[in-house]
Design a protein around this ligand. Structure first.
Ligand SMILES: Cc1ncc(C[n+]2csc(CCOP(=O)(O)OP(=O)(O)O)c2C)c(N)n1
Ligand SMILES: [Mg+2]
Length: 298
């Protein structure tokens, strides 16, 4: 893979079709450019695929392999076998995709690859629903959120299910590196990608990625919302190395209440309308406070 580099050269070419205010495309671009041209990406179905590989073009200036939704991890295992045969051990093999892939549809086959200990970096662009198909709820959708399958009506308050703790599931597989990040702090995400790239074995990074249309957020607030997710404690940002919590991003001393985060997003707007919704806001605040306690975010 010989690529001519100019000063401002990006391994993600212009021409993607992601929305204005898309967190995923920013994180994806940052990740691939941080990893460099010796990278092979095995991508899942979803916005990270559909917006980047509009037939017959691709924005990836590194090899990119798309397969059936469930399959990127076993495909990556095959890529590793090919690299081994070619005696090439300097290539980053990446599996990436959305939360629908990581939390639900790809979980079984990712679990298999995690158990085998395959040397793969996994990056989840967590926008908390199946966004490419129009915002249906996934195992990552937070409580209270409006989605197409968890609507808010006069008798319902959006999603009532708990967001899966996927970093904990990854840790239960004994992964040597598990981290969360948000598009509200891209330099933190970049450092985590760099750090993960230097570690052998399965590594998992989950990056909280605003979806402007899916969350009903103004594009100009996309980064602010991601920052508030971290600052309220609702989306704890941490890093585990060899199973131990090794660093966290602290919340500010004047920790914002969850309402500040919720009010910028149409997906939560209904919660203020009735008593049930208000109870959910209280639960979210409790969850944020518990995260602050659990991860020592003060
Ligand atoms: C097995 C399978 N189930 C469902 C679909 C339809 N589908 C295509 S993209 C998509 C949404 C993907 O959601 P996610 O993984 O969260 O990525 P996002 O688009 O939100 O970035 C779905 C459900 C599919 N292509 N294959
Ligand atoms: Mg998603």
């Amino acid at each position: 893979m010989k690529i001519k580099k100019e000063k401002s050269y990006s391994l993600i070419a212009p021409g993607h079709t992601a929305c204005v205010g898309c967190g995923m495309i920013v994180a994806l671009t940052m990740a691939v450019n941080t990893l460099g041209d010796k990278t092979i990406v095995c991508g899942a179905t979803g916005c990270s695929e559909v917006t980047t590989t509009k037939y017959p073009a691709s924005v990836f200036r590194v090899p990119y392999i798309h397969s059936l939704f469930e399959n990127p991890a076993p495909v990556a295992t095959g890529v590793l076998a090919m690299l081994k045969r070619k005696k090439q051990d300097d290539v980053n093999v990446v599996v990436h995709g959305g939360d629908g892939f990581f939390f639900d549809i790809g979980l079984a086959l990712n679990s298999g690859a995690w158990t085998r200990g395959d040397n793969i970096l996994y990056i989840c662009y967590d926008n908390e629903a199946y966004m490419n198909t129009g915002a249906q709820s996934s195992g990552s959708t937070p409580i209270g959120s409006y989605t197409m399958t968890t609507p808010a009506t006069s008798f319902s308050t959006g999603n009532l299910l708990h967001k899966k703790d996927l970093p904990a599931i990854a840790l239960a597989h004994g992964l040597p590196y598990v981290a969360t990040a948000t598009v509200g702090d891209l330099s933190d995400f970049r450092e985590k990608v760099k750090k993960a790239a230097a570690i052998k074995g399965p590594r998992y990074i989950q990056v909280y990625s605003t979806c402007a249309p899916g969350w009903n957020v103004e594009a100009c607030n996309a980064i602010k919302v991601a920052k508030l997710a971290q600052e309220t404690g609702l989306y704890p940002v941490f890093e585990y190395v060899n199973g131990r919590l090794s660093s966290v991003m602290k919340v500010p001393n004047e920790t914002p209440r969850v309402e500040r985060f919720l009010e910028l997003q149409g997906r939560f707007r209904h919660l203020g309308n009735n008593e049930e919704g208000k109870k959910i806001i209280k639960r979210m605040q409790k969850q944020a406070d518990e995260n602050i306690e659990r991860f020592g975010l003060r």
